[in-house]
Design a protein around this ligand. Structure first.
Ligand SMILES: Cc1cc2nc3c(=O)[nH]c(=O)nc-3n(C[C@H](O)[C@H](O)[C@H](O)COP(=O)(O)OP(=O)(O)OC[C@H]3O[C@@H](n4cnc5c(N)ncnc54)[C@H](O)[C@@H]3O)c2cc1C
Length: 466
């Protein structure tokens, strides 16, 4: 599958989109000696660096200090007078993002990748057009790594007053009251960020419970914890209209309830950036979920055109996009065919408290496996004994009782994301419950519960095992 000699082409590889997947693919391909050009229509670094994971995590850090100040009192500290300045936070965040963007740019340049700062579209299977200048670049291979974009859902009256996560990162002021619509991780994280920073938050979600796709115990636990902390979570509702009011905005819900807010944010899903790229004319097939259809080597239905990252709508996470971009470059330019394994991807929700999960949920395991054992505990974290905070940690192991392998781990509590990264190694390696039990506990930690859960809380035999 190694790239053939590409004489007659301006470049061996043209990458559309300098985000997580595109940047990695470009650098690795250039490292193999390919002549690479990459186009970026907004800012180098893409969603993760500019308006996703990184700025989000910085805001998460900021939002958690309020709890820390409160908790400190039980440990003998006097509560400081708290003032928070949103503009300082945003200015500092912007400075860090600019630093990262410069680092990404310089790394591409050091790798001898040519960057063109404009929109690029496909003209034919080997020709990319730079929209601003109209210049055409002949490429032996093209990688579409255009990512995704916020989706606002069905049109409602007053949608022009609604912002997405993109605008939330650039607000001039912290909203005093905010309505967030959505039940996915972005909606939940922003609801917790704004709540931590002092906003009055209402989270509105049309489904029965937030975080569809996560383990049901995790969903219930987080919702209870969020409500305990004073966030209003309204499930089974939708926002049907937003109107200007004398004092900000008025949000109308499906049951007629009206909520006054300064800002309304929708985080109801993201759609792959496939529109107006010239892909349809080339006959590039789309998958049912709207992303570009690709095989395990990220090949599209048109030879020489590949796609990685959120535009393929497989698992929309930065490390996945990076791995896919790397595997593409290894396969096409490094002579090392590499397919990406999309199973057991650890993932987090940076809510308050945090979630970390890897592997199967209880319901997935029960649908797929003949015999499933569940080990579950909830407990008051040690820090809460003196802080007096009313909170509990949830830890849950899903075990394939036939093989004793731990096929899922689900944590809600402080440090869950950090814990799940390492538990992910064990789950990926096929660790058994006996391996967990044989591991010495590290005391006193919350994580020690993961290796000291001795008693099954439930055991299920599939009724109609295949
Ligand atoms: C608010 C938010 C929080 C997130 N938090 C996390 C997290 O905590 N952890 C995690 O793993 N993931 C997180 N993600 C997801 C993560 O950001 C994406 O999965 C990742 O960025 C996907 O990388 P990508 O290369 O596919 O696309 P992107 O990073 O989106 O890059 C695509 C790039 O292509 C450019 N582009 C598009 N069309 C064109 C064109 N025609 N010509 C030129 N350039 C073009 C875009 O401007 C963009 O820069 C978050 C996302 C959001 C929105």
């Amino acid at each position: 599958m190694t790239a053939k000699a590409s004489s007659g082409y301006d470049v061996d590889l043209f990458v559309i989109g300098a985000g997580s997947g595109g940047v990695r693919a470009a650098r690795i391909a250039a490292g193999y000696g390919a002549r690479v050009m990459i186009a970026e229509e907004y800012r180098v670094g893409g969603t993760c660096v500019i308006r996703g994971c990184v700025p989000k995590k910085l805001l998460v850090y900021a939002s958690r200090f309020a709890h820390e100040f409160e908790d400190a009192v039980g440990f003998g500290w006097s509560a400081p007078t708290q003032t928070f300045d949103w503009r300082t936070l945003i200015a500092n965040k912007d400075r860090e993002i600019a630093r990262l963007e410069a680092a990404y740019t310089s790394n591409l340049e050091k790798s001898k990748v040519e960057i063109v700062k404009c929109r690029a579209v496909m003209e034919d299977a080997h020709t990319v057009r730079l929209v601003e200048s109209g210049a055409r670049v002949k490429a032996a291979h093209v990688l579409v790594a255009t990512g995704g974009t916020p989706n606002f859902g069905a049109h409602i009256a007053g949608l022009e007053h609604v912002m997405s996560s993109n605008e939330a990162f650039k607000l001039h002021e912290l909203p005093r009251r905010i309505v967030v619509q959505g039940g996915g991780y972005i909606a939940v994280e922003f609801a917790c960020i704004f709540h931590g920073l002092g906003s009055e938050v209402t989270l509105v979600y049309r489904g029965e419970n937030i975080l569809r796709g996560f383990d049901d115990d995790v969903r219930e636990h987080l919702r209870t914890e969020m409500t305990r902390r004073g966030l209003r979570v309204l499930c089974g509702h939708t926002v049907t209209a937003v109107a200007k009011a004398a004092d900000g905005l008025e949000t109308q819900l499906s049951d007629g309830t009206k909520i006054a807010a300064d800002r309304v944010m929708f985080a109801v899903g993201r759609k792959p950036n496939v529109a107006n790229l010239g892909l349809e004319a080339l006959g590039i097939k789309h998958a049912e979920h709207g992303g570009i259809a690709v095989d395990e080597y990220s090949r599209t239905s048109v030879p020489h055109i590949y796609a990685v990252g959120d535009v393929t709508n497989r698992i929309n996470l930065t490390p996945v996009a990076i791995r896919e971009g790397h595997a593409f470059a290894d396969t096409v330019f490094g002579g090392k065919p590499a397919a990406v394994d999309h199973t057991n991807v650890p993932t987090a929700v940076f809510s308050e408290p945090e979630i970390g999960v890897v592997g199967l949920t209880e319901s997935q395991a029960r649908a797929r496996l003949a015999h499933v054992d569940i080990y579950k505990t909830t407990f008051r974290p040690m820090k809460a004994t003196l802080s007096g905070r009313d909170t509990r940690v949830l830890m849950k192991l899903v075990v394939d009782a036939t093989t004793d392998r731990v096929v899922g781990c689900h944590i809600v509590g402080e440090g869950a994301a950090e814990m799940i990264q390492t538990i992910g190694i064990a789950v990926k390696m096929g660790a058994t419950k006996a391996d967990f039990d044989a591991t010495m506990a590290l005391h006193p930690t919350a994580a020690e519960e993961l290796v000291t859960m001795r008693t099954k809380t439930a055991s299920y035999l599939r009724e109609a095992a295949e």
